[in-house]
Write a new protein. Structure first.
Ligand code: S3P
Length: 174
C-alpha cells in the first residue's frame, strides 16, 4: 500500500496545470484529476454557467467543498483552479499535500489562453477581461501563490513534459 500525500498544482489560468498533472501522474504511476472538472460534474453545469446563474461566491463555495473532499487523497496529482488560493480554508487544506506553483508572465498566459478552446466555458471573466485582467490578477495573487508553494516552476521556458520531469524529481525526494 502507498500513502504518498497529494500533489497540488496551483497557479494562474493557462499555466498548464491540467496538462502537467496528467504527465506527472504518468511518471509517478499515480492518478490525477482536475478539481474544476470535479466541480462541474457535481454542479451539472459549466463554470461559466455557474458564474452566470449563481455568481462567483457560489462558485468559490463549491470550489472549497471539492477541495475539502480531495485534500486527503493519496497518490493523486490534483490540478486546482487558479483562484483556489484566495480563501484561507483552502490554503490550509493545501497544506495536506505538496504544493507546486506553475507560473508564467502575463503576456505568455494571454497568448496561451487565447489559443485554448477551454477558455470560454471554464474561464469566465473575473474583472475587465483581457491582458489587463491577467496583469491585475497576477499582481493580487502572486504573493499568495508564493506563500502557498513548496516548489515553483517557470513554465515559459520549458515544455509540459520537461516541467513534469522536474516536478517528479522533486516529488520523489519529499
Ligand atoms: C479561475 C480559474 C479557473 C476556474 C475559474 C476561476 C480563477 O481555473 O477555476 O474560472 O479564479 O483564476 P483554471 O486555472 O484551471 O483555468
Amino acid at each position: 500500500m502507498t500513502t504518498r500525500r497529494p500533489i497540488f498544482l496551483i497557479g494562474y489560468r493557462g499555466t498548464g496545470k491540467s496538462t502537467v498533472a496528467r504527465l506527472l501522474a504518468e511518471r509517478l504511476h499515480c492518478t490525477w484529476l482536475d478539481a474544476d472538472v470535479e466541480l462541474e460534474k457535481r454542479a451539472g453545469k459549466s463554470i461559466r454557467q455557474i458564474f452566470i446563474d449563481n455568481g462567483e461566491e457560489t462558485f468559490r463555495d463549491l470550489e472549497s467543498a471539492v477541495l475539502r473532499d480531495l485534500m486527503n487523497a493519496t497518490d493523486t496529482v490534483i490540478a486546482t483552479g487558479g483562484g483556489v488560493v484566495l480563501r484561507e480554508e483552502n490554503r490550509l487544506a493545501l497544506k495536506n499535500g505538496l504544493v507546486v506553483w506553475l507560473r508564467a508572465p502575463a503576456e505568455v498566459l494571454w497568448h496561451r489562453l487565447n489559443e485554448d478552446a477551454m477558455t470560454r466555458e471554464r474561464r469566465p471573466n473575473l474583472s475587465q477581461g483581457g491582458l489587463a485582467e491577467i496583469e491585475e490578477m497576477l499582481r493580487l495573487r502572486t504573493p499568495i501563490y508564493e506563500r502557498c508553494a513548496d516548489f515553483t516552476v517557470d513554465t515559459d521556458a520549458a515544455t509540459p513534459t520537461e516541467i513534469a520531469e522536474v516536478v517528479s524529481r522533486f516529488g520523489r525526494q519529499t
